[in-house]
Design a protein around this ligand. Structure first.
Ligand SMILES: [Zn+2]
Length: 264
């Protein structure tokens, strides 16, 4: 009963109406949206996304856009201590990956999920940004991983994990060794497994708020959980990604009146 009440309170705080979220670029794409060319620089860059297509309007006029600067001092209702609030169950999967022209994305088979406040979201894919999109207290990181999940009713939850320069990352290297240099179709390597759980920090303290996709159409009502502790990758591993994607991070968006909650 306590957890149910806590869940309701948290969802209310987050302003999560869970009426369903339409989304395209991260997972599946409505036909029109895929034909609109968008990018990270110049006329098709983030400042103009909202004008590239009527379907991208939220990129410009949305009030709950991602990424934001997560200021720990502003975090409200912190310390919602509940061991059961976030449950992550990621299983190994055969390595299916794609260079979609915007990022390197690893597609996941069914069976891995994240449960937040007892709502279950299935892991669909994870992908990378360089530099990080979120910041914590103004600090950006070298890269950010996004684990994209969807509930049975179509709600989205994305978990962000920062990558900073440091130790060589063997799990990351499995992906990097297979990384397509050019945009193309999905590569399927059935005899190599990848395990998303190897990209999680040991410390699961995270910040949660209601945001959006960080790529057009910038759909809102996305539950965000951003891990506070970064994981590491070597400088040369980060360089290998940045040679293909020198900059695939959306600039910071206004927090407006949104509440950010820290969960320990
Ligand atoms: Zn992303």
């Amino acid at each position: 009963m306590t957890s149910t009440l806590q869940r309701r309170r948290l969802l209310k705080l987050l302003g999560m109406s869970f009426l369903g979220t339409s989304f395209s670029s991260c997972v599946t794409s409505p036909a029109r949206a895929t034909t609109v060319n968008w990018g990270y620089i110049g006329k098709t860059g983030p400042a103009n996304w909202g004008e590239l297509s009527p379907e991208f309007q939220l990129c410009q006029i949305g009030r709950q856009q991602t990424p934001i600067d997560l200021q720990i001092a502003d975090v409200k209702n912190a310390h919602s201590k509940n061991q059961d609030l976030l449950v992550i169950n990621y299983q190994p999967t055969a390595l299916h990956l794609i260079n979609n022209g915007k990022t390197i994305q690893v597609n996941y088979k069914t069976g891995s999920y994240l449960k937040y406040a007892h709502q279950s979201f299935e892991l669909l894919q994870f992908h990378f940004h360089h530099f990080s999109e979120h910041r914590i207290n103004g600090k950006s990181y070298d890269m950010e991983l996004h684990f994209v999940h969807r509930s049975q009713t179509g709600n989205l939850a994305v978990m962000g994990v920062f990558l900073q320069a440091g130790a060589f990352n063997p799990a990351l290297q499995i992906i990097w060794d297979a990384m397509p240099q050019q945009q193309g179709l999905e590569t399927r390597i059935e005899d190599i497994n990848i395990d998303a759980s190897q990209f999680l920090p040991a410390e699961h303290r995270f910040l949660t708020y209601s945001g959006s996709l960080t790529t057009p159409p910038c759909s809102e009502n996305v539950l965000w959980c951003v891990m506070e502790t970064p994981i590491e990758a070597s400088r040369s591993q980060i360089a290998k990604f940045s040679q293909i994607f020198p900059h695939n991070a959306r600039p910071l968006q206004p927090r407006n009146d949104r509440v950010v909650i820290e969960v320990l």
